[in-house]
Design a binder for this molecule. Structure first.
Ligand SMILES: Cc1cc2nc3c(=O)[nH]c(=O)nc-3n(C[C@H](O)[C@H](O)[C@H](O)COP(=O)(O)OP(=O)(O)OC[C@H]3O[C@@H](n4cnc5c(N)ncnc54)[C@H](O)[C@@H]3O)c2cc1C
Length: 483
């Protein structure tokens, strides 16, 4: 059997991509070398745009019960003087969700895995270590072995490597990584409180102590996290020794208050892959980009990759010109890079002795202000969505409530294209939904704000094109579909 798509790696990126594909009836195989889910926490934060993708996957309501709305992050110096405040709005944003959530990554991964297991066209193969990929004109073969050493192979028309930092798919594609220059070791300590400690606060705090920068994260439930810089000459073994960990945390917490859930030293890097696609092989998530975690955007960036890529793969499986897949890197790589570079700037502030310079670096548009705003980069330009043309293209379209159906925009549209216009379009992309602005005042207002008669909202919810009339809307993308 040749699967439509094989997803290599069952982390959050692969699980999200697998779900988006399987929900559209694509025969998808998701493989991972581990027999069970990685149970230790990594990501503790995600944002409203990413929650919107989880809404499309169908897990947002269940996830909402497991997460906390995040009030924001504060950067303080050694004397706890506030250097920079990064508050997160508490009201619902244009995406239709809260701006920022705190999570326990295994809670999310379990929901994603359970959802995928319920999809008829999805197959999951755990315990399969892929060692090589071979590509022909027709398909890609994944070869490797099961945990008992038995050789195994699968074939698929496309393979997406969501196989993390040491991606074998990236090596097979070639091209290497662009190194943006950040490399630091940090000790990550997760604790489970034994008794309430409201005094620790609900904000995340960056302790910008140049001698030893640290981060405090308020995770959901009883979980709390500290991330601590590891200095040159300090070994992983010394730093993870429980006595040493408690000594480093003694200013805030003691073994009377909490149990150590885990401690591990990670090397944080800032890298973006140079080549995201070769023929039928592509990469997404940590396989394509690595960021220091100071913005909590590593996993989020991979989820955005999945939302951008899945509809393009579906189109190509249905006969679209596969050069459509080249728009994936041109749109996603600059977007991912904007997050990596901002995270590096924040890292600079956390580490820096020169406060004024660091503040300016952390928020170059803030003109010395001590309040930081979240960034919202635009997709890189591509032949289908030329984000350079105006300020709206290549940016997410807001999630409105549709007045007549009392449904939210994304629930109504599903993971499909949408055309919003008062005049009925004569030509549509396959599977597209038309939303009649004449029936939905909120949509009519949105068009009027954009000063256009029609707009194309892509399945990833980014504004793809605008035009005075719906007939001009697909001029750039239709040649790919009519191939
Ligand atoms: C301490 C820390 C804090 C973080 N905090 C945040 C945060 O707050 N917010 C955020 O958004 N991100 C955060 N991140 C980043 C986030 O955890 C990662 O970006 C995310 O897990 C990447 O997901 P992924 O699916 O791309 O890759 P991974 O989660 O690494 O999954 C890759 C999968 O591929 C499998 N695999 C690899 N090679 C093979 C092979 N050859 N054969 C078979 N299977 C294979 C692996 O077993 C693994 O399951 C943090 C990371 C760390 C370390």
């Amino acid at each position: 059997m040749i699967y439509d798509v094989a997803v290599l790696g069952f982390g959050p990126t692969g699980a999200t991509l697998g779900n988006l594909l399987a929900a559209q009836g694509v025969s998808v195989l998701v493989v991972d070398r581990e027999a069970a889910m990685y149970h230790l926490p990594r990501a503790v934060h995600f944002d409203d745009e990413v929650m919107r993708v989880f809404q499309t996957v169908g897990i947002a309501d269940d996830l909402l019960e497991k997460v906390r709305v995040n009030p924001g992050m504060k950067f303080v110096d050694n004397d706890d003087t506030l250097l920079l405040d990064w508050p997160r709005p508490q009201e619902i944003t244009p995406h239709g969700w809260n701006a920022s959530y705190r999570l326990h990554q295994p809670d999310l991964e379990k929901l994603l895995r359970d959802k995928l297991a319920s999809e008829a066209s999805a197959n999951i193969q755990t315990g399969f270590d892929v060692t090589a990929l071979g590509q022909t004109e027709r398909c890609v073969t994944l070869s490797g072995h099961m945990q008992d050493g038995t050789p195994k192979s699968y074939q698929a028309r496309y393979v997406v490597g969501c196989d993390g930092a040491n991606s074998v798919t990236r090596s097979e594609i070639g091209g290497g990584m662009d190194d943006l220059g950040f490399e630091e070791r940090w000790l990550v300590v997760d604790l489970l409180l034994k008794r309430p400690r409201p005094d620790l606060g609900d904000h995340s705090i960056q302790f910008c102590n140049p001698d030893r920068p640290m981060t405090y994260c308020r995770s959901p439930g009883e979980r709390r996290r500290w991330e601590i810089t590891v200095k040159e000459g300090e070994s992983d073994a010394d730093m993870t020794d429980p006595a040493r960990v408690w000594q480093l945390l003694s200013r805030w917490i003691t073994p009377e208050d909490a149990d150590l859930e885990r401690r591990a030293v990670y090397t944080f890097r800032s890298q973006v892959a140079k080549t995201w696609r070769r023929g039928r092989m592509l990469i997404a998530g940590d396989a394509a980009h690595l960021t220091p975690p100071f913005m909590g955007q590593g996993m989020c960036t991979g989820i955005r990759d999945a939302a951008n890529l899945a509809w393009k793969l579906i189109a190509c499986l249905n006969g679209a010109d596969d050069r459509l897949l080249d728009t994936y890197q041109s749109e996603r790589a600059p977007h991912a890079r904007a997050y990596v570079e901002t995270a590096m700037r924040l890292g600079g502030l956390i580490n820096s002795l020169d406060r004024a310079a660091a503040l300016k670096l952390a928020d170059p548009h803030g003109a010395g202000a001590t309040q930081m705003r979240s960034i919202a980069p635009t997709l890189g330009p591509s032949p289908i969505t030329n984000s350079r043309q105006n300020d709206h293209l290549g940016r997410p379209f807001a999630q409105f409530d549709l007045d007549c159906s009392h449904r939210r925009f994304d629930d109504f549209v599903g993971y499909n294209h949408a055309v919003i216009s008062a005049a009925q379009p004569r030509k549509m992309l396959p599977g597209a939904r038309w939303i009649d602005a004449g029936k939905h005042p909120a949509i009519a207002r949105a068009l009027s704000d954009l000063n256009v008669g029609a707009a194309w909202v892509r399945p990833d919810r980014y504004l793809g094109a605008m035009s005075p009339h719906p007939d001009g809307l697909f001029d750039a993308v239709l040649p790919y579909f009519d191939a």
